[in-house]
Write a new protein. Sequence first.
Length: 122
Amino acid sequence: MNHTISKVNHLGVDFKVANGTFYDSTTPDQVIEVLENARLGCVRLHIDLGDPETGKSWGEVNDVRGYVGRSTGERKVPLLLHNTRSMGGGAILTHCIVKITRSDNKNRVLYENPKYKSANLK
């Protein structure tokens, strides 16, 4: 599903907004599309964070799997929720996402930075 993404300035800070959810202004539109589709469709994700310029993953293993929700308040930002019954979670660093996969039995890649490099975990 395609979502209308607009650029807004709120209190001197630039954002992209889709469906009332505020994203960092440097978040790729494709990432916004995937996150909004997952939020509205209750799809569990694995989010790989890293350097968006080089595409290199940071190799994070904590707080990278869950459902996309959003905060309350004047600026609703995307949150990563542990499960569908969770009442809160951490804000997603949307501008640092280098790969998104489904976290269910399909494990399908939904987004990947063109320069993506996995972390070398030893």
